[in-house]
Unconditional design. Structure first.
Length: 123
């Protein structure tokens, strides 16, 4: 129960941190060619992608947890959340790799949301 609580706290911290970054810097770093309003909306859309992936993560990893045990599923979700968060922090900007930057950002947000949904299902 303690590990599940710690995992949930970390997961919500990751989501809150990304939400703040969406409002402040994501639009400038990953969507600089869009106008300020469109860039901000695109940044918030990448925030929303994580929420859309949550149910899928809950179903898939929840099933895995039921079959093979909650502990391996919990460890997998914490590693997935941590790794995707670190990779988002290390992701090059639009200026450095062009259109690949927002594409990779969306992919990592999908993985982060998948892990977050799995954490809630497993916990």
């Amino acid at each position: 129960m303690a590990a599940s609580t710690v995992g949930t706290i970390i997961e919500w911290y990751d989501f809150a941190l990304y939400g703040a970054a969406s409002a402040l810097v994501i639009n400038e770093l990953f969507f600089p060619t869009a106008g300020p309003v469109i860039g901000t909306l695109a940044a918030f859309a990448t925030f929303a992608v994580g929420f859309f992936a949550r149910p899928l993560g809950g179903v898939v990893i929840g099933h895995y947890g039921d079959r093979l045990g909650r502990k391996p599923a919990l460890i997998f979700t914490v590693v997935l959340m941590g790794l995707s968060t670190v990779l988002i922090g290390l992701l090059p900007t639009y200026e450095q790799i062009g259109v690949w930057a927002p594409a990779l950002l969306v992919l990592l947000r999908l993985l982060q949301g998948f892990g977050a949904g799995a954490e809630l299902a497993g916990g």
